[in-house]
Design a protein around this ligand. Structure first.
Ligand SMILES: C[S@@+](CC[C@H](N)C(=O)[O-])C[C@H]1O[C@@H](n2cnc3c(N)ncnc32)[C@H](O)[C@@H]1O
Length: 257
């Protein structure tokens, strides 16, 4: 019998956006270790007989450290248990899934990666913002706004992001919107470039604030958004603006400078 752990993406939060494979694995698991980003509605799909353990980080504080998570998964898998490591969005997009694959392999455990819908794609789309759009954006660039948890330094290549003609998506940047927008403007991106912050995508409390690089940070500060949130920069933010305006209550829109 092969010793295997499933590294599964939970998508942005709405159980309907979970893959069929992820739902099957959750229903069959003996042990599920999940990130703090995974909501209860998805954990409700786990068999009542299974053990469910919260691990990972929330707001920079570690609930259970990476080495003990790997050790626990390896131990359970070697005992023949069906182990699922459940991560928000996609398991490897800023999810440290690759590190867990390598560390499990070092303990004699194989992994199967089960892709999930990343918030990098889901958040803009659920807010009515198409990441690519003919004539406006021929590609998109996804960056982290934080080099590592608790680090003040901005992650990502901001020179590249400022030059990039397509859409820029920034994860892990909710708390530093002003710094991120300024980093792009300082490097030559126009202050009037449309920008949006999408919070709690795929959850009942989902909200979007739109503006432009010059004023988004103030609008976000006034809006008191929930977390987590994704920053989107580019002309695509305005493509479906009319539709968003019609979605009163769920979305607030604002014109650019
Ligand atoms: C550690 S990263 C993990 C990303 C995840 N693996 C993914 O593919 O979506 C966490 C960041 O993802 C973004 N994020 C995750 N879920 C989100 C959601 N439902 N709505 C908005 N942003 C989300 C936020 O930028 C958050 O700071």
């Amino acid at each position: 019998m092969s010793v295997v752990v499933h590294l599964v993406g939970a998508g942005p939060g709405d159980p309907d956006l979970l893959t069929v494979r992820a739902a099957r694995l959750l229903a069959d698991a003996d042990l599920v270790l999940h990130d703090q980003l995974v909501p209860d509605e998805i954990l409700a799909l786990v068999s009542p007989a299974a053990e469910v353990v919260p691990v990972g980080r929330r707001c920079g504080s570690v609930v259970v450290g990476h080495p003990s998570v790997v050790a626990r998964m390896a131990h359970a898998a070697h005992r023949g248990l069906r182990v699922v490591r459940l991560k928000g969005g996609d398991p490897v997009v800023f999810g440290r899934g690759g590190e867990e694959v390598l560390d499990l392999a070092a303990r004699g455990v194989a992994t199967e990666l089960v892709p999930g819908i990343s918030s990098a794609i889901a958040a803009p789309e659920l807010a009515g913002i198409p990441l690519t759009h003919r004539g406006l954006a021929a590609g998109f660039l996804v960056l982290t706004g934080q080099r590592r948890a608790g680090d003040d330094e901005l992650g990502g290549d901001w020179d590249l992001a400022a030059r990039f003609s397509g859409t820029v998506v920034v994860l892990m940047g909710a708390g530093r919107c002003a710094q991120l927008c300024a980093a792009l403007v300082d490097r030559g991106r126009a202050g009037s470039t449309p920008a949006a912050m999408i919070a709690a995508a795929g959850r009942p409390e989902q909200r979007t604030v739109t503006g432009c690089l010059a004023d988004l940070a103030d609008r976000v500060a006034d809006a008191d958004l929930p977390t987590p949130a994704v920053l989107v920069v580019g002309d695509v933010v305005e493509v479906l603006a009319a539709q968003r305006t019609a979605e009163a209550g769920r979305t607030s829109t604002a014109a650019c400078l």
